[in-house]
Design a protein around this ligand. Structure first.
Ligand SMILES: NC(=O)c1ccc[n+]([C@@H]2O[C@H](COP(=O)([O-])OP(=O)(O)OC[C@H]3O[C@@H](n4cnc5c(N)ncnc54)[C@H](O)[C@@H]3O)[C@@H](O)[C@H]2O)c1
Length: 250
């Protein structure tokens, strides 16, 4: 039997990057995956790829920054698969701006998507998980939450908020048998961090400073997510797994 056989897993932001790798990796372990993605075309492509590989997936166009969109996605999940076992909050945005020049709208959009989106999604799956007296919520934070970001104070603040939110929700949901943990990636080879450097070379040059001598690949996050989503992490809650090749040891 596969590790996540018949488990229903929602992955937000699964249209590309880390979320796409997680959706495919968890589907390969038997999960029924809901690809909750703002970019409808990308989301549909990922669900189609999973089905073509013999897995089960449903693409639901979702804007995590909108509570009604999140609630509609959760209703569609329950209609299709009758249950929710795991939520992975991966969707995020990371525009670059100094605080001095940051538009209020940009600050709001980053906090609303990254932090409030995590809150909306978590709250929407809680009734089902409470009924089951079981469930897993996995939130994506970032090394920027711990080290800061010279051109992304909004992003760093949103990701710091996710760490605190994770711990608080873990305390709230522990009596219900639901665990809440976070994953903190370092530099991972996806479109998001590459938008912050002048060239591909500059991005890959980061490897020189990483003890494991390479930047991470989206697939490097699959193992930690599988662990937190499966029965192997039953006694783990309120924790953060750092996946950064050893670049910063917390
Ligand atoms: N790539 C890295 O180096 C890195 C490092 C640290 C943390 N992270 C975190 O890992 C997660 C995934 O990062 P990534 O690099 O794969 O990002 P990415 O930008 O490649 O993918 C993010 C996905 O989220 C989707 N999305 C954006 N806004 C949305 C919304 N409102 N509703 C639904 N979906 C939305 C995007 O369309 C995109 O498909 C993020 O939470 C990110 O902050 C990434």
């Amino acid at each position: 039997m596969k590790l996540l056989e018949n488990k229903v897993v929602i992955v937000t932001g699964a249209g590309q990057g880390i979320g796409r790798a997680l959706a495919k990796g968890l589907a390969a372990e038997g999960a029924k995956v809901v690809v909750a993605e703002l970019n409808g075309e990308n989301g549909a492509r990922v669900a189609k790829d999973i089905e073509a590989a013999g897995g089960t997936a449903l693409a639901v166009r979702t804007d995590v920054s909108s509570e009604s969109s999140v609630n509609a996605m959760v209703s569609e999940t329950l209609r299709a698969y009758k249950n929710i076992d795991v939520l992975i909050n991966d969707a995020a945005v990371f525009p670059a701006s100094s605080v001095a020049e940051m538009k209020n709208e940009e600050w709001d959009q980053v906090l609303r998507t990254n932090l409030t989106g995590t809150f909306f999604c978590a709250r929407a799956v809680m009734p089902t998980m409470k009924q089951n007296r079981a469930g897993r919520i996995i939130n994506f934070t970032s090394g920027r939450a711990l080290a800061g970001s010279a051109h992304g104070a909004h992003y760093a603040a949103s990701k710091g908020g996710i760490i605190s939110f994770t711990k608080s929700l873990a305390l709230e949901l522990a009596p219900h048998g639901i665990t809440v943990n976070s994953i903190c990636p370092g530099a991972i080879d996806t479109p998001q961090p590459k938008a912050h450097v002048k060239s591909e070379e500059e991005f890959y040059a980061k490897a020189k400073k990483i003890p494991l001598r390479r930047v991470g690949q989206p697939e490097d996050l699959v193992g930690p997510a599988l662990f937190l989503a499966s029965h192997w992490s039953e006694y783990v809650t309120g924790q953060m797994i750092v996946v950064n090749g050893g670049s910063i040891m917390w």
